[in-house]
Write a protein that binds this ligand. Structure first.
Ligand SMILES: NC(=O)c1ccc[n+]([C@@H]2O[C@H](COP(=O)([O-])OP(=O)(O)OC[C@H]3O[C@@H](n4cnc5c(N)ncnc54)[C@H](OP(=O)(O)O)[C@@H]3O)[C@@H](O)[C@H]2O)c1
Length: 276
């Protein structure tokens, strides 16, 4: 039996067991994927113990992603850039390999949602500069974005992100985030605004070209006020649930040996789990 799981604190809310459980069943794999609550004070001992208990690997979620980065024996380039790990694989020698698959999940979701092999061509406007925005900006750079504009309420955070990631990034004033949209090909909300229980992102789409794409990484609700407004104006929109589903693919493949697919039945099951 191959074992994997998700380490977090708390971890009860995690959707990852449903995601990996779906794939284990679909591909008839003799494996299990479990929730592993680990208190931040016990994190290092907790994850070292997992390697000893026969786990092939595990996901790492809030609040452990940065701590995990510091404990890996080896990390991939995305984890290095983000200084955060969400996917750990136990190597045959017992060492820990850390990856960050959030950016991969973002790009794969966008491509799948648009039914295109590449992201929209032209400047992208990213709103937000937290951990998820970092992954999104990194993915846009990897996908060859010609220019990324970054707007964040706390300007210093956006400036730090741009300085640390390098690349073709310019900072947009928070109060002027929807001021110059005429050439923008892609708008990405990476703030938590629009999430159930949070106020909506205030953003006027009126200056946006009709063929521009709007996406949100918030997935509860599935259709955020931003996406609803964009859809009403005829823009192509992509919701954030697929980012969560696609980010799980690399870990599943490493631990269980099968490259899993994000299919319609999986999405339906996750929408049901979200209660939407
Ligand atoms: N779809 C997925 O797979 C996926 C993956 C990761 C995250 N997410 C979602 O993405 C969102 C952000 O996650 P994160 O990890 O990046 O969080 P984070 O590091 O805490 O960053 C939060 C971001 O939201 C901004 N923000 C929060 N409240 C705001 C307000 N009232 N006005 C303006 N800006 C505000 C913050 O701006 P300041 O810097 O000014 O505080 C910051 O840019 C969450 O809703 C999370 O659930 C989705």
């Amino acid at each position: 039996m191959i074992r994997a799981g998700v380490v977090g604190w708390p971890v009860g809310h995690s959707l990852s067991p449903k995601l990996h459980g779906y794939w284990l069943e679909k591909y008839s794999i003799d494996g299990e994927y479990v929730k592993i609550p680990v208190d931040p004070g016990d994190f290092e001992a907790g994850i070292r113990a997992l390697a000893g208990r026969g786990f092939s690997g595990f996901n790492v979620t809030v609040p452990h992603k940065e701590a995990a980065f510091g404990l890996m024996d080896e990390v991939d380039s995305a984890a290095k850039r983000l200084r955060a790990v969400n996917t750990v694989t136990v190597r045959p020698d017992g060492g820990l390999h850390g990856a960050n698959t959030d950016g991969f999940g973002f790009a794969e979701n966008l491509k799948a949602g648009l039914g295109r092999p590449a992201l929209p061509e032209g400047p992208a406007l990213v709103i937000g500069a937290g951990g998820a925005a970092r992954a999104v900006v990194g993915a846009l750079m990897d996908e060859g974005a010609d220019h990324i504009r970054l707007a964040n309420r706390t300007a210093e955070r956006a400036e730090r992100l741009a300085a640390e990631l390098g690349g073709p990034i310019s900072i947009v004033d928070w109060d002027r985030r929807d001021g110059e949209l005429a050439d923008v090909a892609l708008v990405v909300n990476c703030t938590s605004l629009g999430m159930a229980g949070s106020p909506p992102l205030e953003f006027s789409l009126s200056g946006l070209a009709p063929d521009a794409v709007v996406t949100d990484i918030v997935y509860a609700p599935l259709e955020t006020p931003l996406l609803a407004a964009a859809r009403a104006r005829g823009h192509r929109t992509v919701d954030g649930l697929g980012m969560l589903l696609h980010q799980g693919r690399p870990g599943f493949e490493r631990w269980f040996g099968v490259a899993p697919e994000v299919d319609g039945r999986l999405r339906a099951r996750m929408v049901e789990a979200l209660g939407q």
